[in-house]
Ligand binder design. Structure first.
Ligand code: FES
Length: 645
């Protein structure tokens, strides 16, 4: 196969690649990482590069204008190399880190009456072992087992090879007195107890023992470093999941991983590039060594857990949508490469289905839906909307593919909820002029999910958008116009924006938002219908995930995303997934409860439910085809109508 010389101008270096390589892959081998938010499907138009000499065969140039193409711009994921090339890669979008840390800086309350010495599956114990004699030539491991039998009545105990290699010298160095760390969690139905670490000599048995709760979100990974004896969280750290450069939603990432056999890359991005650096930061803050951490409890959606373990996730996106595994056996840190003590326990919480994963079982645990006396709706909206309806008696669940619109992706001027994002908008009834609030009080760069909900609701209430989502072009105002992508409303003029370009919401964005909100609302409706109740009878709505941090309930009701219930019935709980992982890390009985929750949840596959399509189509309108389901919106519309008469 012919080889071609590729010069990447940014790094003034050349590499050689064979015919047929994509420009994105070539750049990556040269050490220049081009972000691929849609996973390399040619849909998002964000992996642009400029060819300054040579040419490529373009599979698709969607979202590039003719001018872009004339100037040499191409989509790196869609460009097949067939000649020598010189390429310029524009600077990649920087991810703002500050706001991620802002999200997590709050005090975590230790569960009431927590006693680590009782609740914890990890035990630190001092053992005195009888030394061998000519009369008793029992091997070293047999002696340690004998001591454990005597002290903890343990009949069967596991150990790793690397620990066995150190056993002889530790026993002799400590003059047959050792301190051992045992994980009892391996006991009972799940496995056998296991010796995790040994040290020469005796140490106080209530010395801190360290563990971490990890939530692997599609967007953000959060870690809580915890003293397992006191239960206190000593450091909280979070960072964008570095897989984000390979797709913003799980489907794009699965496509990317499957297409290029890149499962290992996805595991590396989350373990080596995200989790391990976070562990290092947390340990520095708490002034401990990562090898002092003996247990990690992990939550995350099913795709994230598959990627973590380097298990192919392709079946998750293909009918009949099954995972490779929902309940992962206990593993050790060295098996998957997480930088804690190599013998440390890795406990991935159980999921229910492809799109209802451990993040939701952990969320149900921490939000206590499974203990609720009243009918409760729990929802976690990220790139997918996962919904649980129930109480202590019953739990039903479903997942709807909302797409990433509420995270600001798939929307032309959309962005994540970071500095420079428009998060709230108010539109004047008479002048149609907007007032905006921007995250970080800086010049606006784009619109995040809450901003989009806010704009759509305002446009609808002031009559700039009709119930089908059409922008009214008949009004003679500058802010409404026919743009390159169809009708649009200008939220910020270029002279006031950070980029110098106008920021607008377009008809196509509104269609995207309508589809996203309709999928979620239809999910609520189908769950309620399946258990024979109406949404009006729901007594509380618990919202987990970062989505809930900024969302304005009133606006979300006005567009028909949330059911029209009194505002005081809505509660925002933050990251319920990491909270559930933390509570499971602390107490083995709580951990068992997550397994119980997973088995108690009845999963409803929406794509196989005939009611879903009808519910979805009815919810494709603002707020809904049946306005009687949204009485507060009807009142707001009438009030606005009166004002404009
Ligand atoms: S178009 Fe190339 S990654 Fe999305």
């Amino acid at each position: 196969m012919a080889e071609h010389k590729i010069i990447i101008e940014n790094i003034s270096e050349s590499i050689s690649v064979s015919t047929g390589t994509t420009l994105a892959d070539a750049a990556q081998s040269a050490g220049v990482d081009i972000q691929q938010p849609c996973g390399g499907q040619g849909r998002c138009g964000r992996c642009v590069a400029k060819i300054t000499s040579g040419h490529v065969r373009q599979r698709s140039s969607l979202r590039l204008t003719n001018e872009d193409i004339d100037e040499g711009y191409t989509l790196a994921c869609q460009s097949i190399i067939e000649s020598d090339l010189t390429v310029n890669v524009p600077e990649q979008e920087k991810i703002e880190r500050k706001l991620v840390t802002d999200l997590i800086a709050k005090k975590i309350l230790v569960p009431e009456n927590y006693n680590g010495l009782v609740a914890q599956s990890l035990k630190r114990i001092n053992l005195e072992i009888s030394p061998p004699t000519m009369e008793d030539q029992t091997d070293d491991w047999g002696r340690l087992q004998r001591a454990l039998r005597k002290k903890l009545q343990l009949e069967n105990v596991g150990v790793s090879l690397n620990l066995l290699k150190r056993l002889g010298s530790v026993l002799r160095e400590g003059d047959w007195k050792i301190n051992a760390i045992i994980d009892m969690e391996f006991a009972g139905s799940r496995n056998i107890p296991r010796v995790i670490d040994i040290q020469a000599g005796h140490i106080s048995e209530d010395e801190p023992l360290w563990g971490i709760a990890i939530d692997i979100g599609t967007t953000t990974v959060s870690i809580w470093l915890t003293d397992l004896i006191s239960g206190e969280v000593k450091a909280q750290v979070a960072e964008y999941n570095q897989q984000i450069t390979r797709g913003e939603d799980v489907i794009s990432r699965i496509i990317y991983a499957t297409k290029n056999s890149n499962e290992k890359e996805m595991a590396d991005l989350v373990i080596k590039k995200t989790i391990n650096p976070l562990i290092e930061t947390a340990c520095k803050r708490a002034q401990i060594q990562p090898t002092e951490i003996y247990k990690a409890t992990i939550s995350g959606n099913s795709t994230m857990i598959h990627f973590l373990l380097n298990i192919p996730a392709s079946s998750i996106r293909l009918s009949p949508f099954v995972t490779a595994i929902n309940e992962i056996p206990l593993l050790t840190a060295s098996e998957i490469g997480i930088d804690i003590n190599p013998n440390g326990t890795i406990d991935c919480l159980p999921g229910v289905a492809s799109y209802v994963g451990a993040d939701i079982t952990a969320g149900v645990l921490s939000s206590k839906v499974d203990e609720a006396e009243i009918t409760t709706l729990f929802l976690d909206v990220g790139t997918n909307g996962e919904i649980v309806l129930g109480s202590k008696e019953w739990l039903v669940t479903c997942a709807c593919s909302a797409g990433p619109a509420f995270e600001g992706a798939g929307v032309i001027d959309g962005m994540r909820a970071t500095k420079g994002a428009i998060e709230e908008v108010w539109i004047n009834n008479d002048t149609y002029e907007p007032n905006i609030r921007v995250i970080g009080n800086s010049k606006p760069k784009g619109i995040c999910g809450s901003g989009l909900i806010s704009i759509l609701s305002e446009l609808f209430l002031v009559g700039l958008v009709d119930k089908a989502g059409n922008i009214n072009l008949n009004l003679e105002i500058d802010r409404v116009r026919e743009g390159d992508h169809g009708p649009e409303y200008i939220v910020v003029w270029g002279k006031e924006s950070a980029t110098g370009d106008d920021i607008s919401i377009k008809k196509v964005d509104i269609e995207n938002l309508l589809r996203a909100k309709a999928a979620i609302y239809a999910g609520f409706s189908v769950l309620a219908e399946n258990v024979g109740i109406t949404l009006e009878t729901v007594e509380q709505v618990l919202i987990g995930g970062s989505f809930g941090q900024y969302i304005n309930v009133e606006k979300a009701i006005q567009i028909g995303l949330l059911p029209d219930l009194p505002w005081e019935q809505f509660h925002f709980l933050g990251n319920t997934s990491v909270q559930g992982a933390y509570r499971s890390l602390l107490d083995w009985r709580t951990r068992d409860k997550v397994t119980e929750i997973a088995s108690k949840m009845t999963y409803i596959e929406l794509s196989a439910d005939n009611k879903f399509y009808d519910a979805f189509m009815s919810a494709m309108f603002l707020p809904h085809t049946d306005l009687s389901k949204f009485p507060s919106v009807e009142i707001a519309l009438n009030e606005n109508l009166l004002k404009t008469v």
